[in-house]
Design a protein around this ligand. Sequence first.
Ligand code: NAD
Length: 409
Amino acid sequence: MHFGDERNSVSTEKVRNIGVGVISLGWMGNLHARSYRAALEHFPDDSVKVRMVAAADASRDAAVRAQGVHGFEKVTADYREILVDPDVDVVSICAPNYLHHEMALAAAAAGKPFWIEKPMGISLAQSEEIARAAARANVITGVGFNYRNAPALVHARKLIASGTVGRVTNVTVRFLADYSSDPAGALTWRFEKARAGAGVLGDLLSHGFDLGHYLVGRISEVCALTSTFITERPLPAQDAVSHFSSGSGPLATVENEDHAAVLARFDNGVVGVFEASRTAVGPRAEYTVEIYGTAGSIRWDFQRLNEIQVCVGRGGGPYGYTTVYAEPGDGDFAHFQPGGGIAMGFDDLKTIEAHLFLTSVLRGEQLAPSTADGWAAAAVVDASERSVLSRSWVNVAMVDGITTFNRST
Ligand SMILES: NC(=O)c1ccc[n+]([C@@H]2O[C@H](COP(=O)([O-])OP(=O)(O)OC[C@H]3O[C@@H](n4cnc5c(N)ncnc54)[C@H](O)[C@@H]3O)[C@@H](O)[C@H]2O)c1
């Protein structure tokens, strides 16, 4: 059985034919829409169907385009219409960051399970309110921490838990991207404090902090430095929304950081080094995780997402890294490819995320990552921002309702 467990499901009619509403049809909204349908292809279950009910976007063009591609029955410019639509059972929130808070609170109030993109809000307070509202309303949630779903990383997590690298001593997590390396790149919402919140701390390192939580444990204390290397950018042409667009308008000020360097301590004594850049020239999307232990180490790079480099011990044989390819048995790999060495891609990680979310909804059991994980990552972003301001080490606020730190789950 891949999807439902009828004992815990809310209503047989609804769980069999899940009505989907997607809010905001940019890069992520289109990917969410594709992923709901792909989840059914990769995790087939005859008793479950997905019905693409409604798409909402402030840009009518974006909504209508998405309707053509994904077959939504309705389009609207007002996301609230989706939340009161009785045919919509689950909602994706893929808007720019500043809209997440009001949309998530409205979804929780409407009792709709929601799958929200990271960063969950533009501040710790917003993220906490989202997580608490979801918990109070008792709705299932999902958060866009897709990198956790890479089967090679799931395998790495198992190796760590089974002591293969000994006691973990330190980790290095680097998210180096070039998406804003061109100074002619448009000043979109991502560069404004009011609409994005943090820069790379929220955009990239929220993923990095979540991976730290997922693989190692709770980050308890940080000391951070942030920098903005390209301080002005051209305003976008009216219809340019993507962070890959060029601008043609007058120059305006970039309000959040291009680069962040964060030293961290975990609750369990592990030391962390986190770095992110959106202006690196050379790395395209070089997102790396390195875990060092007393008996070995493991390395992963998103650009080679199906493999890890593993070094175990110094005892005797050749000393160095072995490439271990993800294969059936590692996470959900078998749902995508029949054998090791055959590559999965980025969109597949989102398909796994959709499946986790839908399964959570159908079973009535939160499978993770949830808004509590989004809140936990936001707490580390917030501590990093406070550390920058105070030029000192800062404690990370505690969060409620998280199961990720328990490495047996
Ligand atoms: N998980 C990941 O790896 C990942 C990758 C990229 C983006 N994201 C996150 O996804 C979210 C969206 O990013 P994106 O790259 O898809 O953005 P995007 O700029 O491509 O698309 C944003 C969409 O929101 C729409 N929009 C703007 N105002 C709206 C409103 N009031 N109501 C409804 N729709 C509105 C725009 O018209 C546009 O279609 C962000 O929070 C971002 O951080 C996550």
